[in-house]
Design a protein. Structure first.
Length: 286
C-alpha cells in the first residue's frame, strides 16, 4: 500500500509541475517541466534521504562517537528484525527525532542532542522503537518523498514569484496573473501532499514501537516530555514545514497558528499517550 501511495505522489508531482509549466510557457513549458519532473522523481527516490538529513543538519555518527546511542539502536533494530540503520544526531536543544530512507536497508534514524539530554534510557528506547517501526512498516519512503515534493513545490512557487513577470505591458499583466495562480496553488498543493500522510501511521508506529521496546509506557512518557518542549519552546531552527510530518512530534506545535493544527499530520499527543497506556495495561507492564 505504501509503495502505491508513493507512486501516486510521484505521478501527482509530475502532473503538477507539467501543469505549472503549461501555465507559464505553454507546450514548451510543459515539455521542460516533464523532463525536470522525471529527473526530480529519480532523484527523490534515490537521494532524498540525504537531502533531508542535510537540510535538518543531521550528522551521521559511529559506534565510537556515540556508543550508548549506537548500541541502543542496534539492540532495538535486532529486536525489530531490521538491518542496522545509520545513526545521526542533530545539534539542537529541542527534543525530537525522525527516520528517513527509501527502504529498511537504506534507513537512517536521527535524534537531537536535546532529546538525549531530556529523556532517560527507557524513554529514548521508546522513541527509537517508534522510529524503527516507521522503517519496518516502510512509512519512511512515503514520508521522505512527501518532504522532497513539498520542498520542490515551495521552490517552484518562489521561482515564479520572482521570474514570472514579463517586460511587455500587455503580456506582463497576463504573466502576473499566472504567477499569482502559481504562488497560490503551489503552497496549497504542498499542504495537500503533506496531508496524504495518514495520521493513522503514527498510531501504528506507537503501537509497534511499544512492542519493540517492551513497554509502551516508555514511549508515552517520552511523548509527554517532547510535547511539552514542542509546545513551550521556540520551534527547532533546523525544522522546515516541508519536513514537519517526519518528526515524532510536530516541531511547530507551539506556534499557536490555527492553520498549523488544521494541516498537522500528527494526531493529538494526549490521545497517543492514552492509547499507549491502554496498550501497556493489555501487555501487563508498568
Amino acid at each position: 500500500m505504501n509503495n502505491l501511495k508513493t507512486l501516486f505522489l510521484m505521478v501527482l508531482m509530475a502532473a503538477l509541475m507539467i501543469f505549472i509549466g503549461g501555465l507559464v510557457g505553454g507546450r514548451s513549458g510543459m515539455m521542460i517541466m516533464l523532463v525536470i519532473s522525471l529527473a526530480m522523481n529519480a532523484y527523490t527516490y534515490w537521494c532524498s534521504d540525504s537531502l533531508v538529513l542535510r537540510s535538518t543538519g543531521a550528522q551521521e555518527v559511529t559506534r565510537e562517537e556515540a556508543p550508548q546511542l549506537y548500541a541502543l539502536v542496534e539492540r532495538l533494530a535486532e529486536r525489530a528484525g531490521l538491518p542496522m540503520p545509520r545513526v545521526c544526531i542533530i545539534d539542537t536543544d529541542v527534543p525530537n527525532a525522525f527516520a528517513t530512507g527509501r527502504d529498511p536497508s537504506h534507513a537512517a534514524v536521527a535524534v537531537t542532542t536535546g532529546i538525549m539530554r531530556v529523556l532517560d534510557y527507557n524513554e529514548l528506547s521508546g522513541v527509537l522503537a517508534h522510529e524503527l517501526s516507521h522503517v519496518k512498516n516502510r512509512d519512511i519512503l512515503t514520508s521522505t518523498v512527501v518532504a522532497m515534493m513539498a520542498t520542490v513545490i515551495s521552490y517552484v512557487a518562489q521561482f515564479f514569484a520572482f521570474f514570472g513577470g514579463g517586460s511587455d505591458e500587455e503580456e506582463g499583466s497576463g504573466n502576473i496573473l499566472v504567477s499569482l495562480a502559481v504562488i497560490l496553488l503551489a503552497p496549497l498543493a504542498a499542504l495537500l501532499i503533506q496531508m496524504a500522510i495518514s495520521r493513522s501511521r503514527e498510531y501504528e508506529a506507537d503501537k509497534d514501537g511499544g512492542e519493540i521496546c517492551g513497554n509502551p509506557n516508555y514511549l508515552a512518557d517520552a511523548l509527554q516530555k517532547i510535547d511539552y518542549y514542542a509546545t513551550h519552546a521556540a520551534p527547532m531552527p533546523e525544522a522546515q514545514p516541508a519536513t514537519a510530518h517526519m518528526y515524532i512530534i510536530n516541531p511547530f506545535e507551539g506556534t499557536g497558528k490555527a492553520i498549523t493544527k488544521l494541516f498537522s499530520t500528527h494526531p493529538d499527543t494526549a490521545d497517543r499517550i492514552e492509547r499507549l497506556h491502554e496498550q501497556a495495561r493489555e501487555m501487563r507492564v508498568r
